[in-house]
Structure formats: structure tokens, C-alpha cells
Design a protein around this ligand. Structure first.
Ligand code: PLP
Length: 303
């Protein structure tokens, strides 16, 4: 917390903090993968996550002089201090920690946790999705491209409803009625020989995984990717559908509103992208600028 190593049980904040009362918290979820290739824990696209955190702090008008490079150093130090030599999921939060009312913008504190969390195994099969009757929050009210904790009440409402109704996950439509995203993941569909995903103006978080998937699909799978408005009924028509995000990685969707996607199994392109994504995040496909190693100062050459 604020650069100090604190035991888990002592990582606390006051109940009257604007962070709690008004959701004045922004955050990032970052993954680190153990790379046999580099014999190190590699934090995937850490700098992009920290840029997004800084953007979220700016839009929410948090008053703080903290530089992304300071938080970067704290994150690497934390994983080393925990001695984690495995797969980790890092939570980095910035929040308004004290103050009399909902307009308070300082002091801002930063808390980081590094939890053990193995990657997903796509062999688990697909999830059953439903189109939520809760709409996605919109850019002119609570911008989804800002990763603010209070935005997550929208996905939470939709998730609890979907689970109550017997589904694994909701997919939310934007206020314009187009497909936006799932509560913690972006949406891709395959229609014939192309991949389609809602554009960044579809009330989505500008997902780092989405960007990585577009790169893999275009460069490795040689599949054209369209970023555009997506209709609900296109999901019912799609040959394959998958969700993606840092925490969830690549999640095949096997059914939407009772309509089977493809043959109900894991689609071929979804499987290929999941495999490539698993290699990408472990440093096996290049892109050295996307990795922050934990135990050494620079990536260097593969082991
Ligand atoms: C609402 C939402 N959409 C999409 C994503 C995926 O974003 P990223 O790939 O940057 O983790 C997340 C996860 O952070 C999310 O919370």
C-alpha cells in the first residue's frame, strides 16, 4: 500500500472513504505468466495497463502526482517480495481514501495485491450466455472506457440476473441496442472467414486482450477482423463466439439464449486463438515490448 509491503490482513481502508461510499476507485487487473522461455515471471502489457490506470485517474479527476513508473516498480517489487514464481493476477487500485463528501479528489492512495491464479484451460468447454435485459452504461453517463469500480455495478446486476436465470454469463447491449460486452470481457464472433468485434465506441472497456487478439488473428491466423457495430441477432447467426479479457483470457461461448453456437463445442478458430494467446503471454511469439519481467531488469534473450 503506497509503496509499503503490508500483510494481507492489514490492507485496510476507512469505511467512510469516498472510495467506499461513492465508489471513487479506479483499478487494473494485470496478469503475470511464468515463461519457461525467459525463466521469469512476465507481466503482460503492464505499461498499457498503467497508462489506462492513469487515464482513469485523470477522467475521475483524482489529484495525485504518482507516476506510472512508480507503480510499475511497486508491482514488480511486490511479486518478488511474495516470491511468486508462477502465474499471478495483480490488482492495482487507486482510490480516494479520506474526505468529507462525494466531491473529494484527494488524498489518493494506491494498493496492489498479487494473487496466485493459474491460467484458464480451454478444455473446460464453453459457457452459456444470455443477452441481458440490463443495458450497458454509456459514455455520456459513466464512461465504460474508464475502469472505475462503480462502473462494475452494471456488470454485477447483469451477472446476478443471468446466474439467477440459469446462465453462466450475460452479454450486455449498449443503449443504442448493439452488442457492447460481457461484465469483464469483450466479445468476438466468427462469421464465415472473418472475425467481428464491437468497435471501441460501442460502450466497451478498451480492452488490452481484445487488442492482442486482433493482432494474433490478423498476423498469425491471417483472418480479417472487423471492428464495427454488432447486432444481437448476429450473435445467434455466428459460427463461433468467444469472450476475452485479462482475467478470463479466451472463453468460448457454446450457447446464447438457448441457441447453440456452431456445434456447441469449442470452435476451431477460438481454439487456435486461445492456443496462440497462451503462447503470446508467455513470451513465445515475440513482442518483447509487451513484457515487464519481474526478476530481472530487462527481458534479455530467451533461456
Ligand atoms: C468491462 C470489461 N470489459 C473488458 C475487459 C477486458 O479488458 P482487458 O483485456 O484490458 O483486461 C475487462 C477487464 O478488465 C472489463 O472489466
Amino acid at each position: 500500500m503506497n509503496g509499503r509491503l503490508v500483510p494481507y490482513a492489514e490492507a485496510r481502508v476507512h469505511v467512510l472513504a469516498p472510495a467506499i461510499t461513492y465508489g471513487a476507485t479506479v483499478f487494473e487487473g494485470i496478469r503475470g505468466y511464468w515463461s519457461k522461455h525467459y525463466d521469469d515471471c512476465l507481466l503482460f502489457r503492464l505499461d498499457e495497463h498503467l497508462e489506462r490506470l492513469a487515464f482513469s485517474m485523470k477522467v475521475m479527476r483524482f489529484q495525485s502526482d504518482l507516476e506510472p513508473r512508480t507503480i510499475r516498480a511497486w508491482i514488480r517489487e511486490l511479486v518478488r517480495a511474495n516470491g511468486q514464481k508462477d502465474e499471478v493476477h495483480i490488482r492495482a487500485l487507486a482510490y480516494v481514501s479520506e474526505g468529507p463528501n462525494m466531491f473529494t479528489t484527494a488524498p489518493v492512495e494506491v494498493a496492489i495485491a498479487s494473487l496466485a491464479r493459474p491460467g484458464r484451460n480451454i478444455g473446460q468447454g464453453g459457457v452459456r450466455a444470455t443477452i441481458s435485459n440490463w443495458r450497458r452504461i454509456s459514455d455520456d453517463a459513466m464512461p465504460p472506457r474508464v475502469k472505475c469500480a462503480s462502473n462494475y455495478q452494471n456488470g454485477r446486476l447483469a451477472s446476478l440476473q443471468a446466474k439467477h436465470d440459469g446462465y453462466d454469463t450475460p452479454i450486455l447491449l449498449s443503449s443504442s441496442g448493439h452488442v457492447a460486452e460481457a461484465p469483464g470481457s469483450c466479445v468476438f464472433l466468427r462469421r464465415g472467414d472473418r472475425l467481428v468485434t464491437p468497435g471501441v465506441t460501442s460502450d466497451i472497456l478498451e480492452s488490452i486482450t481484445r487488442d492482442s487478439v486482433i493482432e494474433i488473428a490478423r498476423q498469425r491466423c491471417r483472418v480479417p477482423v472487423e471492428e464495427r457495430d454488432v447486432d444481437r441477432s448476429e450473435l445467434y447467426m455466428a459460427d463461433e463466439v468467444f469472450l476475452c479479457g485479462t482475467a478470463s483470457e479466451i472463453v468460448p461461448v457454446s450457447e446464447i439464449d438457448g441457441f447453440r453456437v456452431g456445434d456447441g463445442g469449442v470452435g476451431e478458430l477460438t481454439r487456435e486463438i486461445a492456443t496462440l494467446y497462451g503462447r503470446l503471454v508467455r513470451g513465445e511469439l515475440g513482442y518483447p515490448e509487451w513484457f515487464a519481467p519481474v526478476y530481472r531488469d530487462s527481458l534479455g534473450v530467451p533461456a
